[in-house]
Design a protein around this ligand. Structure first.
Ligand SMILES: O=C(O)CCC(=O)C(=O)O
Ligand SMILES: [Fe+2]
Length: 345
C-alpha cells in the first residue's frame, strides 16, 4: 500500500541523509580556491537527488527569527482580515493570501518517476492542508503584489519587501555556486544570470495548522503532497517540527530534511533540470505530518527565471552528455501548462 504520508516514516534506513554543504566561502571571504571546492561539493550533492542542506548561507539568524515571528503574526489574523489581500481566482498574479485546501500540489508536477511503490494517482487524491501568502518584487507588473491594508498589519509590507531582497542575495550566491559546479562557459553563465534580475522571484509564507485527530483519520489529508517546483531552484526555511522530505531516487524512499540550526534546504526545480540537461534533477518533495497537534511554519523562496526567458539545456552540458534531453521552452509557456493541472483555479 502507498504511504499516505501521515506517519512520516520512510520505510527503512537504506538511504543516505540529505547532504549538507557549507557555502561560507561564498558569503564571507573571497578565497577563490575555497569557493571552487565548495561549488564542486554543492554540485555533486545536488546531482544525487536535487536537494542539499546549505549552511553558511549568509542569512542573518536574527532576520530569520523575525521572519518566522512575522509569519506567525500574519496567520494569527482573523480569516476576514487575511481575505483583505486575497489571491485571485487565477494563476496571475500569484500573490496574496490563499486559505487552506486551495491548492493540490501533487497535481502540478510533471514527473512520472515517483519511485518505489509510490503511485501518482494516490498522491493526486491528497488535499493540502495549509494557508499561504505570496510576496514578490514591487517592480513586477505581471505578478504584482497584493497587500493587506497597512492598518491591518502595520509594518508587514515593509518587512516583506526587505526580507524578499535579503533572500535574493542568498539565492544569487547559490546560483553562482551551482553554475560554477556545472562547469558552464562564461557566456552560458552570463545568459543564465541574465534570467535573474531579482524581480521574478517569489517569497512564500506558509502555515500548516494543527491537523487534529479527526482529520488524521482522513487518509487524504497531508500537509503537502509530493511535487516538484517549477523554479530553477528553491531555498527553504522550516521550523523545528520538520516534516519536509525528499525522494531518494536510488531507494525510491522519501528522506527527512531534518531541521538544523543555521541550515536551509535548497531544492532543484524543473527549470534547472532542463538547463543542466538533467545533471541536476528536479527534487520530488512533500511535507508529512510529524506532530499533528502543532502548527508548522515554513518559508520557501522560489527562484524562477524571467518569464519570457528561454530555458534550454546548455550546449556545454549537451556536448558532454551526447544528446539534448529537453526541448527549449519559456518559463511562461511552461508554467501556464503546469497551472492548468492544478484543480483549484
Ligand atoms: O513547507 C515546506 O517545507 C515545503 C513547501 C513547498 O514545497 C512548496 O511550497 O513548494
Ligand atoms: Fe515545493
Amino acid at each position: 500500500m502507498v504511504s499516505n504520508g501521515l506517519n512520516g516514516h520512510t520505510n527503512g534506513n537504506n538511504h543516505p541523509p540529505v547532504p549538507i554543504v557549507d557555502l561560507a566561502a561564498w558569503t564571507s571571504g573571497d578565497d577563490q580556491y575555497a569557493q571552487k571546492v565548495a561549488a564542486e561539493k554543492l554540485a555533486t550533492a545536488a546531482s544525487i537527488n536535487g536537494c542539499v542542506g546549505i549552511s553558511g548561507h549568509g542569512v542573518d539568524p536574527a532576520k530569520l527569527a523575525e521572519a518566522f515571528a512575522m509569519t506567525k503574526k500574519l496567520f494569527a489574523l482573523p480569516y476576514s482580515s487575511k481575505m483583505l489581500a486575497p489571491h485571485p481566482d487565477a494563476p496571475v498574479p500569484h500573490r496574496g493570501y490563499s486559505g487552506t485546501g486551495r491548492e493540490n500540489a501533487a497535481k502540478k508536477t510533471e514527473t512520472e518517476d515517483w519511485g518505489g511503490t509510490a503511485n501518482k494517482t494516490d498522491y493526486e487524491a491528497l488535499i493540502d492542508f495549509k494557508e499561504s501568502y505570496e510576496i514578490g518584487s514591487q517592480n513586477n507588473k505581471v505578478n504584482y503584489n497584493i497587500w493587506l491594508p497597512e492598518e491591518v498589519f502595520p509594518g508587514f509590507r515593509e518587512w516583506g519587501l526587505r526580507f524578499y531582497w535579503e533572500l535574493h542575495r542568498a539565492a544569487m550566491v547559490t546560483l553562482d555556486a551551482l553554475m560554477m559546479g556545472l562547469e558552464l562557459s562564461d557566456e552560458e553563465k552570463r545568459s543564465i544570470k541574465g534570467l535573474h534580475s531579482g524581480h521574478d522571484h517569489q517569497l512564500r509564507l506558509l502555515h500548516y495548522p494543527p491537523i487534529g485527530v479527526e482529520r488524521l483519520k482522513d487518509t487524504h489529508a497531508s500537509r503537502l503532497g509530493a511535487h516538484t517546483d517549477w523554479s530553477m531552484f528553491t531555498l527553504l526555511f522550516q521550523d523545528e517540527h520538520g516534516g519536509l522530505q525528499f525522494l531518494d531516487r536510488a531507494s525510491g524512499e522519501f528522506i527527512d530534511a531534518v531541521p538544523q540550526d543555521g541550515v536551509l534546504y535548497m531544492n532543484i526545480g524543473d527549470m534547472f533540470q532542463r538547463v543542466s540537461n538533467g545533471y541536476y534533477p528536479s527534487a520530488l518533495h512533500r511535507v508529512v505530518i510529524k506532530s499533528p497537534n502543532a502548527p508548522r511554519y515554513s518559508i520557501p523562496y522560489f527562484v524562477p527565471p524571467r518569464s519570457d526567458g528561454m530555458i534550454e539545456p546548455q550546449p556545454s552540458r549537451v556536448l558532454r552528455d551526447g544528446r539534448q534531453k529537453y526541448e527549449p521552452v519559456t518559463f511562461k509557456e511552461y508554467s501556464e501548462q503546469s497551472f492548468k493541472a492544478i484543480n483549484s483555479y
